[in-house]
Design a protein around this ligand. Structure first.
Ligand SMILES: [Zn+2]
Length: 112
């Protein structure tokens, strides 16, 4: 199963997303979507549950990872999908903080 299929499955589990929205998000057309449902029993079942209105609401809403763009179900206040992504985000924050410090320092020097 491709990462995209996994993400579509995840979003289908959330009643918050319309099928149209999901198709738009992943740039999937009607025909492609039907083929996906034929090939993937999980997606087919989720579509059936949506049709019947028996979809169980998720305790948490799918979230898009700010680092790699993968959809995932966050645990607590997680903003990234995995430990490597968390580390990347942490490193990014550090770099940004250092850049900020440098900018402040540079403008302070210009003032003197
Ligand atoms: Zn990620």
């Amino acid at each position: 199963m491709s990462g995209e299929e996994h993400a579509i499955e995840l979003l289908l589990r959330s009643p918050r997303f319309d099928i149209e929205e999901i198709m738009e998000l992943f740039d999937v057309g009607d025909r492609e979507f039907r083929e996906l449902a034929r090939a993937n029993p999980k997606i087919a079942r989720l579509l059936e549950e949506r049709r019947l209105g028996t979809l169980k609401p998720l305790a948490v809403q799918p979230h898009k990872c700010g680092v790699c763009g993968e959809w995932f179900l966050p645990y607590g206040a997680d903003k990234q999908c995995s430990d490597p992504c968390k580390r990347t985000a942490q490193a990014d924050r550090l770099v940004r903080a250092q850049e900020r410090k440098r900018t402040i320092h540079a403008s302070a020097q210009r003032l003197t």
